[in-house]
Design a protein around this ligand. Structure first.
Ligand SMILES: [Zn+2]
Length: 213
């Protein structure tokens, strides 16, 4: 995983804002309406460190969460953020939009987990995923690999038949520029230099901007 300086700076800024150093120590810290949060779900590398999950960052804005990368462990680290930090936007069933910087395995080995555990955790709509060329093929092959699981869960006796579309994925192969926009964020992709086609993403929200790559 690469964290840009801007991510680190923004993350430190977030910590600084939350810490609110102006506050007299004798008073309870006031709640600040910070609308965007950055949650580092995984900061590992391809090295199999048991204490570092694979690269994955969550941008939380309002009631929604957006992932950048989905390395191994992403879903369980998201659930840990719910249980340990009360960040309910990261309930796996709420993970609906993801951006992948590039297709190296350490950044994508959690893809099938994100698709299928998100579905079995309650996501009823297709997962929206944005990334470089090759994402469509990777997505199609993962779904094909799990064809028997999908068929079993959606047949008339299947345990996911009530949300039979939650396994679906809309994969979007992108080019630089604005690639995503909703009521919370505008996401702009920019090319980065790596061993393969790769992108960073800038999230612009009403209160601040952050880049992750
Ligand atoms: Zn890489």
């Amino acid at each position: 995983m690469k964290l840009t300086r801007s991510v680190l700076l923004s993350f430190l800024m977030l910590l600084a804002i939350d810490a609110n150093p102006q506050e007299p120590k004798s008073q309870a810290p006031k709640e600040r309406p910070t609308r965007m949060k950055v949650v580092l779900l995984g900061t590992g590398t391809p090295v199999r460190d048991p204490d570092r999950s694979g690269p994955a960052t969550a941008i939380v804005v309002g009631d929604s969460a957006y992932l950048v990368d989905f390395g191994p462990g992403v879903v369980r680290r998201a659930e840990a953020a719910v249980l340990d930090r009360g960040i309910t936007q990261l309930e796996p069933g709420n993970l609906k939009v993801a951006f992948v910087t590039h297709l190296h395995s350490d950044h994508t080995a959690g893809y099938s987990d994100l698709i299928f555990t998100g579905w079995t955790s309650g996501r009823s709509t297709p997962l929206e995923v944005y990334g470089p060329a090759g994402l469509n093929s990777m997505t199609e092959h993962i779904l094909q690999a799990y064809r028997i699981d999908i068929e079993t869960r959606t047949n008339p006796e299947g345990n996911q038949r009530a949300i039979a579309d939650g396994w679906k994925v809309n994969a979007h192969e992108i080019r630089p520029g604005v690639i995503y926009k909703d009521a919370n964020v505008t996401v702009t992709a920019f090319a980065t230099k790596h061993a393969m086609q790769s992108y960073g993403y800038r999230f612009d929200t009403p209160d601040r901007s952050i880049e992750s790559s």
